[in-house]
Write a protein that binds this ligand. Structure first.
Ligand code: F0G
Length: 352
């Protein structure tokens, strides 16, 4: 039996991570997420397409990969409290791992712009949740200022351990496929994840675990596209609240990933994100949150523009679970009126 599937990313990829025998491993057995082959979109687009479904990590997003390491290292360093700014998923993950480690979690979130599932997680895991009258970028600056003044460990992706943990997703993709994809598509917000994947692919390549590097294709929402525009956006706006970010912390590293890989960073509109989300759920049976659907929206856009050659090997990263943001799905669909509970009325309502 291969027991590696019952280990978290630290145990699975220990040789590639900055841990020692003294590092306490705080894990929820994150990682080892499914690489789901597409049954519909791939065929229609003429691609060998896979979805890396990071939404099935323990707290429902890719953040757990970085958080297991960031929290383990915070404990190793003797911290008793951690802090982050978040559009939702980082706070949920930080709160969960901090609870497990017996640390206090402090999270700063932008007022009224957090998806319900994420807020519920941060609260139930007993984080101290502080809503600020400002966006994510302002929250992140405040968190940085607080860490200069107080003894609290910062667990946003500006913490290098977050990037180290998240790079393991690139290892998993390569290990599962037996080769590196030709293209990888992912949403870009604070730009930590694109940085992490690129680092992971490069390390595996250097270690001769793969014989090529993928082109990195990142997508920002049109209303929150600082990297594409080339300047910060003061009032970022998008339905994909996870990537509602106007001044990404890892901006330069994202640009490097794009340029070194010969990839691109583009934009997708909110309506393209919505459409992609519905196609993913309706044709593939995969429910991802809106920010994740930006991957698919970008893929569809590039495909329409004739970007890919036939049968290219493409992996799209689905960063968070659809249940994180149930309000989005409900508002996009039509909730039916209740009817009389009789066989005939029900059969009729079922269209039978
Ligand atoms: N997808 C989801 C579901 C996210 O939660 C995030 C970021 C991203 C994509 C973008 O990743 O920031 O590394 O470029 N969420 C952060 C948070 C900002 O606070 O949860 P990135």
């Amino acid at each position: 039996m291969d027991i590696s599937q019952y280990r978290g990313i630290i145990e699975r990829y220990r040789d590639y991570l900055p841990v020692s025998s003294r590092t306490p491993v705080i894990s929820l057995l994150e990682g080892n997420t499914p690489l789901i082959p597409s049954v519909s979109l791939g065929k229609k687009l003429g691609l060998r397409l896979y979805f890396k479904f990071e939404g099935v990590n323990p707290t429902g997003s890719f953040k757990d990969r970085g958080m297991t390491l960031a929290i383990s290292k915070a404990v190793e360093a003797g911290n008793s409290a951690v802090i982050c700014a978040s559009t939702g998923n980082t706070s949920a993950s930080a709160a969960a791992y901090a609870s497990r480690a017996g640390l206090k979690a402090l999270v700063l979130i932008p007022e009224g712009k957090i998806a319900m599932g994420k807020l519920a997680q941060a609260l139930i895991h007993k984080a101290r949740v502080v809503q600020i009258k400002g966006n994510f970028d302002i929250a992140l600056q405040l968190v940085r200022d607080i860490c200069e003044k107080y003894q609290v460990a910062l667990v946003n992706s500006v913490n290098p351990y977050r990037i180290e943990g998240q790079k393991t997703a690139a290892f998993e993709i390569t290990d599962t496929l037996g080769e590196t994809p030709e293209y990888q598509v992912l949403p870009v917000g604070n730009a930590g994840n694109i940085t992490a994947y690129w680092k992971g692919y490069k390390e595996y390549h250097r270690q001769k675990k793969s014989d090529r590097l993928p082109r990195m294709l990142g997508f920002q929402a049109e209303g929150a596209a600082p990297i594409v525009l080339g300047h910060p956006v003061t009032d970022p706006e998008t339905i994909a609240t996870a990537i509602r970010i106007g001044n990404p912390a890892s901006w330069q590293a994202a640009v490097a990933a794009r340029d070194e890989s010969g990839g691109l960073i583009g934009t997708v509109s909110d309506s393209e994100i919505t459409e992609a989300s519905k196609r993913l759920a309706g044709e593939e049976g995969v429910f991802a949150e809106p920010a994740s659907a930006a991957s698919i929206a970008g893929l569809l856009k590039l495909s329409r523009a004739g970007y890919f050659s036939q049968e290219s090997l493409v992996v799209a990263i689905l960063t968070g679970h659809g249940l994180k943001d149930p309000q989005f799905a409900i508002s996009e669909c039509c909730l039916p009126e209740p009817i009389a509970p009789t066989l005939n009325t029900v059969a009729e309502a079922c269209g039978l």
